[in-house]
Design a binder for this molecule. Structure first.
Ligand code: DX5
Ligand code: ZN
Length: 232
């Protein structure tokens, strides 16, 4: 089975928007492998974040890929602009549109040269991605209700990581598994041990005094979890 590299992916929702350029330089300088941008439309979730121009500006000064998490009711309306603004990957939720719409959207994301992903809110089982798994590069297992940073990690979502991997395997494919919500140094090892490889970290990354140290602690804990799982 294809092995996915471990990726520490800070969530920009928790960045310091009054000093964004400085914060981004420190973040990329800390060694992170990706940046996570949450787009919220105030309808799919009860919050509004930032839009595509901001994402474009961020992508233009950062040397790491920008991963866009679309918490919007109509993500298909924004695929061209996301490509134009430099998005590397686009995640849509498993409960937007019908299955045909989701399949078309994921296929279009790939045609545009971006990586395609589907996110599962806590209420949805892994099976909710089975009808689109062949079009996914990644599945996002939400470990909080989407909409806000700073919430408590839901440990009972962890078995879903294994379920997603099993569904992918059954479909003859392999996907990266991302976790998002309340991830920190204490629980990241458990996430990687269970099979996740892409770790979105908002509060626990941007709240750190020293971002480089925090990145290294997160990475070390993730690597330890992955090697525990490799040893069985
Ligand atoms: C929540 C967002 C997350 C959020 C994570 O809806 O999808 O990306 O920013 O932040 P923390 O790590 O603080 O839970
Ligand atoms: Zn997110």
């Amino acid at each position: 089975m294809k092995k996915h590299p471990l990726i520490i992916n800070p969530s920009l929702l928790s960045a310091d928007f009054l000093h964004l350029e400085k914060d981004l330089k420190e973040t990329v300088g800390a060694g992170v492998e990706m940046l996570h941008a949450d787009v919220m439309d105030g309808v799919y979730v009860p919050n509004i974040s930032f839009g595509f121009d901001i994402i474009g500006k961020i992508a233009s000064i950062c040397s790491v890929p920008v991963d866009v998490h679309m918490m919007t009711v109509a993500p298909w309306d924004y695929l061209d602009v996301l490509k134009e603004k430099g998005a590397y990957s686009v995640t849509i939720h498993s409960d937007v549109g019908d299955v045909c719409r989701r399949r078309d959207t994921l296929a279009r994301i790939r045609t545009l040269g971006m990586r395609a992903a589907v996110a599962l809110k806590p209420a949805f089982p892994a099976e909710a991605v089975s009808d689109v798994i062949d079009l996914c590069d990644m599945v996002l297992v939400m470990t909080v209700e989407p909409g806000f940073g700073g919430q408590k990690f839901k440990g009972d979502m962890l078995p879903k990581i294994r379920d997603v991997k099993r569904i992918a395997e059954r479909a003859g494919t392999t996907v990266s598994v991302q976790v998002d919500g309340g991830v920190n140094v204490e629980n990241i090892g458990l996430c990687s041990e269970t099979g996740a490889d892409n770790f979105v970290v908002g509060t626990a990354f941007f709240g750190a005094e020293n971002k480089k140290e925090r990145y290294e602690d997160l990475r070390e804990a993730a690597v330890c979890g992955a090697s525990r799982s490799a040893r069985g």
